[in-house]
Write a protein that binds this ligand. Structure first.
Ligand code: PGA
Length: 257
């Protein structure tokens, strides 16, 4: 797999104005990248329309942080795939651990969203990850396999080619997160690859497997060095464009020079 996916979910941090300024600068950085890096940003819903105008005709892909699986209906406060499609969204992040933890999303809900995103021509970016108790009880692999199997249930080989998976151990995410050991991440990704190939004989090898959770300038190269890590899903380190620029340039140098 030659492409490396690198993107950031802004969570609930940037206003429309802040998002536009960031994107204007990121466009310049993106122009300097000559490589096969697939770059994406995932702003808040309110900023998507304006940021779409900024990224149109650029290499930067645009994602949404969540969506409902229904096309329309009485679901106050929700955003439907039709609404995202109207904006021209490329990908939808589904099942982030904060959605699971604070809004009780489960793998079956995520599966409905995955199917719906595919129906509407958007790439699902499916987040999975084990909790610290599960890791300590040595059941990470079982948990992750179950998450993959339920979240991607019923997909055809063709569907699977559109999917991205982000492995984000819950205990490694955010301010209180502890960065994961890169060998552990490598082992998990190899396991995830095998599971995907078992599920999708033809396309299992093609599904990009991103790593996320406290990715920073000190550790990102260690993660990306593993064969089955096909990208990085970056939170805090990418919210500051200066740091993200350093990461992108160093990554490119490392991968392609
Ligand atoms: P973090 O966030 O890089 O700030 O830990 C990662 C994520 O939640 O995807």
């Amino acid at each position: 797999m030659s492409k490396i996916w690198v993107g950031t979910n802004w969570k609930m941090t940037k206003t429309i104005g802040e998002g536009i300024s960031y994107t204007k600068e990121l466009k310049q950085v993106a122009n300097e990248l000559t490589s096969n890096i697939e770059l994406f940003i995932i702003p808040s819903f309110t900023a998507l329309v304006d940021i779409k105008k900024e990224v149109a005709e650029t290499r930067i892909k645009l994602g949404a942080q969540n969506m409902h699986w229904e096309d329309k209906g009485a679901y106050t406060g929700e955003i439907s795939p039709r609404m995202l499609n109207e904006i021209g969204i490329d990908l939808v992040e589904l099942g982030h651990s904060e959605r699971r933890q604070y809004y009780n999303e489960n793998d079956s809900d995520i599966n409905k969203k995955v199917v719906s995103a595919l129906k509407h021509g958007m790439k699902p970016l499916v987040c999975i990850g084990e909790e610290i108790e599960q890791k300590n009880n040595f059941i990470s692999f079982e948990i992750l396999a179950a998450q993959l199997k339920v979240c991607l249930k019923g997909l055809s080989e063709e569907d699977a080619k559109q999917v991205l998976v982000a492995y984000e151990p819950v205990w490694a995410i955010g301010e209180k997160g502890i960065p994961a050991d890169s060998n552990y991440v490598g082992e998990v990704h190899t396991f995830l690859r095998h599971t995907l190939v078992e599920m999708f004989l033809e396309s299992g090898y093609e599904i990009p497997l991103l790593y996320g959770g406290s990715v920073n300038l000190d550790n990102f190269l260690k993660y990306i060095n593993h064969q089955d890590v096909n990208g990085l899903f970056v939170g805090r380190t990418a919210w500051d464009l200066e740091t993200f620029t350093v990461l992108l340039h160093e990554l490119e140098k490392h991968l392609y020079s």
